[in-house]
Ligand binder design. Structure first.
Ligand code: NDP
Length: 360
């Protein structure tokens, strides 16, 4: 794929240029950035396996409320037992030269606190999505990282994923003509007892957790920021799971060019994430667009019929994002999905909830 200077600027503004950086540039040395992984849950496991496949990153510390679990993982990744921290003694990480960056893989409500504590400890921060609970927290995280002169990247792994990037490229190249509309659902049927159902820990329901993928995709697919947002939310299942957070959200967005987008998210049904983009010359769709493998690009435009299954397997997305962040750390570059990108989504999430009549 070749990009014009204008394409690169537009994609870069959305944090999507990383995949187009020539690999010779991306592999400038054999130094490995050491990461402390904070919170040893499901996503941390994907990330650590991804890091293991990189050439420029390694796991050098663990932060956990469960020492026994941390010790087992430490043995797998060759982490010294002196580099296992609890949430209480986390700040001592400042004295650990093997840790250059942290990966924040905690429940949403803890992202701001650990990003700010890590910045104060002089560590670069790769923070999971959603960035945090609200705009004020996002601004505080950005300010803390700027003050400490450390980098902050939000782990929007689809920004570094080839099938999503190919869809963006086709759209930018005009394959679909004038894009008119986008549709994107993403949701799953949640089990009772998850921290994701606690407003205090999660901030909100499926919009914070998975709806954010559709929101973010509409922004990188259009290359525009929403001008108008309108939303509805509901709880259908009165089985106790949704006493604190919403079950369903549907929202529409109008972008400055006139492109309209329609998105839905749920915790009440299995709804594989995809996006479908309609333009004056045809359409394209990425099935499984937001999950770790099995992404499939389909489309029909101007005599072209596409049907491409991406053979990459998990943890390739995590490998790509760790590779990118370490590259930025090692070369003094700004990440392609910086804190400001997370802040923008926090603003739109706030607006979606506001128009749906939910306060966060
Ligand atoms: P998990 O529940 O699997 O793991 C979270 C970990 O955080 C726990 O294992 C625990 O680790 C630690 N923790 C500390 N305090 C608490 C608490 N009060 N309740 C629960 N856990 C706590 O969550 P996920 O890994 O699924 O999600 C973590 C973050 O990653 C979320 O922000 C989520 O949105 C994001 N995520 C991103 C995905 C992506 O594809 N980019 C996909 C899935 C999640 P320990 O026992 O070591 O202390």
């Amino acid at each position: 794929m070749t990009l014009t200077r204008r394409d690169f600027a537009r994609i870069g503004a959305l944090g999507l240029a990383a995949r187009f950086v020539p690999s010779a540039l991306a592999q400038s040395n054999d130094r490995k950035t050491g990461y402390a992984v904070i919170g040893l849950g499901r996503i941390a496991d994907h990330f650590m396996r991804g890091v293991r496949n990189t050439t420029n990153s390694k796991i050098t510390a663990l932060v956990s409320g469960h020492r026994d679990k941390a010790e087992k993982i430490a043995a797998q990744y060759g982490v010294a037992s002196g580099s296992i921290y609890s949430y209480e003694n986390f700040d001592e990480i400042a004295k650990n030269p093997a840790v250059e960056a942290v990966y924040v893989a905690l429940p949403n409500s803890m992202h701001a606190e650990y990003t700010i504590r890590a910045a104060k400890a002089g560590k670069h921060v790769l923070c999971e999505k959603p960035m945090c609970l609200n705009v004020a927290e996002a601004e505080a995280m950005i300010a803390a990282c700027k003050k400490a002169n450390v980098k902050l990247m939000i782990a929007y792994r689809c920004h570094y994923e080839p099938t999503n990037l190919k869809a963006v490229k086709l759209i930018r190249d005009g394959a679909l003509g004038q894009v008119q509309s986008i549709e994107s659902p993403f949701g799953f049927n949640i089990r009772a007892g998850e921290w994701r159902l606690s407003k205090k820990l999660a901030g909100g329901g499926p919009l914070f957790d998975v709806g954010i993928y559709s929101l973010n995709a509409c922004r990188y697919l259009t290359g525009e920021e929403p001008a108008q947002i309108s939303a509805y939310a509901s709880v259908i299942d009165k089985d106790g799971r949704f006493n604190e957070v919403e079950e369903n959200v549907g929202w529409t967005m109008r972008f400055p060019s006139g492109i309209v987008a329609s998105c839905t998210t749920t915790y009440g049904a299995n709804m594989p994430g995809y996006f479908r983009v309609y333009g004056s010359k045809g359409w394209l769709q990425v099935d499984q667009a937001f999950v770790y493998e099995g992404l499939r690009l389909r489309g029909e435009f101007e005599g072209t019929k596409l049907d491409e299954l991406n053979p990459a397997r998990d943890p390739s997305h995590f490998q790509a994002e760790a590779d990118h962040f370490s590259h930025c750390v090692q070369n003094g570059l700004e990440p392609q999905s910086p804190g400001e990108e997370g802040l923008r989504d926090m603003r739109y999430i706030t607006e979606i909830y506001r128009t749906a009549g939910i306060s966060i």
